[in-house]
Design a protein around this ligand. Structure first.
Ligand code: ZN
Length: 70
């Protein structure tokens, strides 16, 4: 049903906006997280060490960056 799809897309847009807001509010000096704050998957140790204060997995980071550049 097209109506249902439209509603789902609106919901996703709102989720992404909330994600971006949350990531901007987080202080840069915060310690790296063990789990992505968005999808809750484990963040690999290499990524945590390479990016101090990292809060997202590579996949979510990519989504956020694409979104921020729009
Ligand atoms: Zn993630």
């Amino acid at each position: 049903m097209p109506d249902e799809i439209d509603r789902a897309q609106v919901f996703n847009e709102q989720c992404l906006d909330a994600m971006i807001t949350r990531s901007r509010l987080r202080p840069a000096s915060a310690p790296s997280l063990y789990f992505c704050q968005f999808c809750y998957l484990a963040i690999p140790d290499e990524r945590r060490h390479a990016l101090p204060g990292v809060t997202t997995c590579a996949r979510c980071q990519l989504i956020l960056e694409r979104r921020a550049n729009q």
